[in-house]
Write a protein that binds this ligand. Structure first.
Ligand SMILES: [Fe+2]
Ligand SMILES: [Fe+2]
Length: 179
């Protein structure tokens, strides 16, 4: 990733600062989702899947962690960590289908979330930042496809859970844009 021309986060306009705060919060949650999966699952395939995704999420989180100023980060980070961990752990308790379905639900949301920032990023004109967000979005699309590529049956309970996961992610982003 080219970060040579990445401008200081301190000069971000307010709307983009809010978006980047929600990105940092979301990547925090993502790291903790996979930690939650790994805390519970003993299935080798699920663990390999989670470890592979966790490594990518840690690079995404590291970008925002290093770049954003402390005062630009969400005040609710403990809540985003806890929510991510619980989401991952509950999914893993449900087994492989639940993990894949939950990750597909989360990553489907995250891809749309990043895509919603493309126009504002173009207008802002920091090429390195735009490239980074596009890269992260592509990674999340890979995660979504890796989770959803296999056909699996979904019970009504699992469908309801995935709805909660998608709705919860949406509310979390709305809150993290502000605080
Ligand atoms: Fe990510
Ligand atoms: Fe991801």
């Amino acid at each position: 990733m080219n970060t040579v021309s990445l401008q200081s986060a301190s000069i971000l306009p307010a709307h983009l600062a809010g978006e980047m705060r929600s990105n940092h919060a979301g990547e925090t949650g993502a790291v903790w989702i996979y930690k939650g999966v790994l805390a519970i699952s003993r299935d080798a395939e699920i663990r390999a899947f989670a470890e592979h995704h966790l490594a990518t999420e840690e690079t995404h989180l590291g970008f925002f962690e290093d770049w954003l100023r402390s005062r630009q980060k969400s005040l609710l980070l403990p809540l985003w960590r806890l929510s991510g961990f619980v989401l991952g752990a509950v999914s893993a308790l449900g087994g492989g289908n639940w993990v894949y379905a939950s990750i597909e639900a989360v990553e489907t949301f995250v891809v749309k979330h990043y895509e919603s920032q493309f126009a504002a990023l173009e207008a802002y004109g920091d090429a390195a930042l735009t490239a980074a967000i596009h890269q992260f979005c592509n990674d999340e699309a890979d995660h979504r496809d890796e989770a959803g590529g296999e056909a699996y049956g979904q019970s009504s309970l699992l469908k309801a859970w995935c709805w909660v996961v998608g709705f919860g992610s949406e509310q979390a982003v709305k809150i993290a844009r502000r605080i």
